[in-house]
Design a protein around this ligand. Structure first.
Ligand code: ZN
Length: 335
C-alpha cells in the first residue's frame, strides 16, 4: 500500500478545549458534491458548532474550486476592466450623494456605510476574494490591503490596485497599522479563528475597529432547518458561531464592548428549501448549486428578498436573524 496523506483531522471547541464535542449529524459538500463525510457537532458547554472531523489543509483545496467558488467571483473574464471602472465611478457618485447623510449611506450596504461614515484610513480585508469589497473602500479614498489564499483571486485583487498577502499574520503586516479590519464571512472558514482575531487586534491602531460577519447558528433558520440550514456549507465552514460564542471569542482576543446584532436575507429560506429538496432527490434540485443558481437567475432570490423583507426585519429585531454582525473597537494597547 502506498502511504497516503491523511485527509481528515479531529477538531474541538476552541473556547472550551477540555470539552468533548457532541456529534449532531453527518454533513458533506453539497455545493460541489466532492466525496467525503464529516461530523457536524456542538460544544455541550458553550454551544459553538463545529466539524469535529474536518479536512486537512491539503484535502480542503478540492472544496474551493477556483473556477466556480462564488467568493472568487470576477477572477476570470476579460470584461472586468470596464466593469470595475464603472463600479468605481458609481461608488464615487454615491459618496457625493450621501455625504453627511450616514443613514442614506447605510442603504448602500454595510461596507459602504463603514467606509463613508469615517475619514478615509487604512483597511485590511481578510478573505478579500477578487477585491470587490475593497473596491468600495478604495473608491472612497481608503488605503486597501487584502489577504486571500486563492492565488487567482489574489492576482485579480492586486490588478484592481489593492496590496495583497496570502496569509493573515501579524509579521506580514504593519503592527497597529490599520484603522479597520474587515472579516466578511471568513472567520467560520478558519482553522484557528481565535488566532485570527488576535492578529486583528495586533494590527489595529488603538481606537481602530474590527467588523465581522458570520452565519448565525443561534438563529431561526438553523432552528427550523437543522441539517438543511444552507449556511452549514460543509466542509468549508469549520465553525458555526452563536451570538454568545462570537462575543466570547472577541473578548478572548482583547476586544471590549462588542455588540452582536443579526441581519437576514429573505432568500435564505429559499436556499434551505432547495437543500431539503436536493436531499429528497426532487428532480431539478439534484445539484443544489445549479438549483439555487437557477433560482437566482430567474429572479426568485430577489423576489423572496422583497416579499420576505418585513419578516426578515422582524426576526432581526428579535436577534434571531440569519447572519451575525459585530463591530468592536480596540480600546487600549493591552500591554
Ligand atoms: Zn465550547
Amino acid at each position: 500500500m502506498k502511504g497516503r496523506l491523511p485527509e481528515q483531522e479531529p477538531a474541538g471547541c476552541f473556547l472550551c478545549p477540555d470539552v468533548e464535542p457532541r456529534p449532531l449529524f453527518e454533513v458533506w459538500d453539497r455545493m460541489f458534491d466532492v466525496p467525503g463525510k464529516f461530523t457536524f457537532a456542538e460544544c455541550p458547554s458553550c454551544g459553538l458548532k463545529l466539524l469535529s472531523n474536518r479536512p486537512t489543509v491539503n484535502a480542503l483545496a478540492a472544496h474551493y474550486p477556483e473556477e466556480s467558488y462564488y467568493a472568487y467571483g470576477g477572477v476570470t473574464g476579460g470584461r472586468r476592466g470596464w466593469l470595475s471602472a464603472t463600479r468605481q465611478a458609481w461608488l464615487r457618485s454615491k459618496r457625493a450623494m450621501t455625504r453627511g447623510m450616514p443613514r442614506l449611506g447605510a442603504a448602500f450596504g454595510a461596507d459602504y456605510a463603514l467606509a463613508a461614515s469615517r475619514p478615509p484610513g487604512s483597511v485590511v480585508e481578510v478573505g478579500c476574494g477578487a477585491g470587490e469589497t475593497l473596491d468600495t473602500y478604495k473608491a472612497l479614498g481608503w488605503k486597501t490591503v487584502g489577504v486571500e489564499v486563492s492565488a487567482a483571486a489574489r492576482r485579480e485583487a492586486h490588478r484592481r490596485g489593492h496590496t495583497t498577502h496570502s496569509i493573515f499574520e501579524a509579521r506580514n503586516l504593519p503592527r497597529e497599522g490599520f484603522d479597520l479590519v474587515r472579516m466578511r464571512h471568513v472567520l467560520e472558514h478558519m482553522a484557528d479563528p481565535l488566532s485570527a482575531l488576535r492578529t486583528a487586534w495586533t494590527v489595529l491602531r488603538t481606537g481602530g475597529t474590527v467588523a465581522i460577519d458570520v452565519p448565525n447558528f443561534g438563529g431561526l433558520l438553523y432552528r427550523l432547518f437543522g441539517a438543511h440550514f444552507w449556511q452549514i456549507d460543509a466542509p468549508r465552514h469549520l465553525y458555526g458561531f452563536t451570538p454568545s460564542t462570537l462575543a466570547r471569542a472577541m473578548e478572548l482576543a482583547g476586544f471590549e464592548g462588542a455588540r452582536v446584532r443579526t441581519y437576514s436575507s429573505g432568500s435564505g429560506i429559499g436556499r434551505c428549501v432547495a437543500l431539503r429538496l436536493k436531499d429528497r432527490k426532487v428532480p431539478g434540485f439534484r445539484s443544489y448549486r445549479l438549483a439555487s443558481a437557477g433560482l437566482a437567475g430567474r429572479g426568485f432570490d430577489a423576489v423572496l428578498d422583497g416579499l420576505l423583507s418585513p419578516l426578515a426585519r422582524a426576526v432581526d429585531l428579535s436577534g434571531r436573524g440569519e447572519n451575525l454582525w459585530v463591530t468592536a473597537r480596540k480600546t487600549g494597547n493591552g500591554e
